[in-house]
Design a protein around this ligand. Sequence first.
Ligand code: SAH
Ligand code: SF4
Ligand code: F3S
Length: 497
Amino acid sequence: MALHKVTASETERQRDFCRKVRELDTSYGLNSPRGSSYFIMTFGCQQNENDSERMSGLLQEMGYFEASGYEDADLIFLNTCSVRENADDRLFGHLGMMKNLKRDKPQLLVGICGCMMTQDVHVDKIKKSYPFVDMLFGPQDIYRLPEILWHRLTDSRRVYEIGSDDTLAEDIPIQRARKHRALVSIMFGCNNFCTYCIVPYTRGRERSREFDQVIRELKQLAIEGYKEVMLLGQNVNSYGQDLRKTRPDHPDFADLMEAAAQIPELRRIRFMTSHPKDISDKLIDVIGRYTNIEPHLHLPIQSGSNSILQKMNRHYTREQYLEIIRKAREARPGITFSTDLIVGFPGETEQDFEDTLDLMRQVRFSSAFTFIYSKRTGTPAAELDDQIDAAVIKERFKRLLDLQNEHSLASNLEIEGQLVEVLLEGRSDGDPEILSGRTADSRLVNLRVHDLSMIPERLLGDDGLLDGSRLEGSMAQVRITKAKTFSLEGELEQLET
Ligand code: SAH
Ligand code: SF4
Ligand code: F3S
């Protein structure tokens, strides 16, 4: 795939399409007095969420407003993920639902985008079995959404646009979904080709945004009042590597983190994902020196067995991984770690699995994303013959979860009774009297407010009660009263206003 830097004139051309759709749309007049509305369902990782925020920005520029649910929308997009088989299945479940919706509301338009749309097998299936779908496009084509939508609105034919280039587009309007955390993609694509993973095939080769562009976005976010930012890339540690081929002095990820940390309004700088093979001593040093960089490292290990790591093409050993953990603990006392783990990679023996459990006991992760290996057509691991029996995987998975749950609870118990800083995210789903938020190292806290007078009136709802959306993004001092496996309970002691 060739790299295609989207030029300013191309971006301007898309803005023209925005204007054209906006003019069209008033006469197109779907079913709301406010004009037409959209709803985006996002599957997958934070990069997909960030893509959806860009689509949202473009749609609003085209005069659409966001519907409160897909049932009310005139335009629905499904932003898909392909990382595991169950992700694929979810799309097809939702497509059945879209079919029914379209039967009741023929003017509804449905678009499918995201990682699944870069794979012929899915595109062909949709073209053949779901003829009602109006637009299909891949993650590389998001910047062209105005053009794609305009074509569909002015022509009854389905629009099918899967670009073959790795695009890098700046200056796309963005409508952020959250007030407490801003997602900032610093690079796109992946060059690592871990043998189980589909991402390098769906997202193309690594391409980094210019350092100045990223810093400009971060400064703008600080001005807008964001306290937390999350820098995103499939392997943030190789940020800038592509640019350094022609400009050897272009900043690397550690430089970018240091520059970000020097924006004092950004109180929490997070990043995802850091590949163990590329983590540098320079980055660990920066993490140690700036308190506004999160005291937490998400460092996917995948397996604790050296032979499996080699078959996965991960390029590190368990010993090297443990050495990174040691250095990070030394540089930043109290730092916590989370990870990703795959159970049942082809050829995984009982001893390989035991090695994973042993590594977990050595690191004691505060949390982990645990996955059952999923065979992805087109990846090298899918060709291996020694696929593991489902019953064996199930039994191993349970042992892995039990151990991780034990570690998660133990890690949460360590902060029981402490006063911690929590960035509020909103009201807890289950109980309107409880707020939710996260500690600096990303633990979920559900907290009670015993005395509403601790909250200034302007941050309460019109009814004088707790209003999650008004409190979202505020910092609070919270006393942790109870540790659970997946969350903490606490009481508000003070709200920073
Ligand atoms: N770039 C990130 C991960 C992106 S995918 C990284 O390298 O860490 C997120 C996680 O999904 C991976 O870390 C891996 O644990 C899991 N995953 C990816 N492909 C998978 C597959 N085929 N089966 C099961 N889990 C998978
Ligand atoms: Fe997939 Fe590996 Fe790239 Fe992560 S680093 S996206 S696991 S290929
Ligand atoms: Fe899924 Fe694509 Fe992200 S496959 S995990 S949405 S990069």
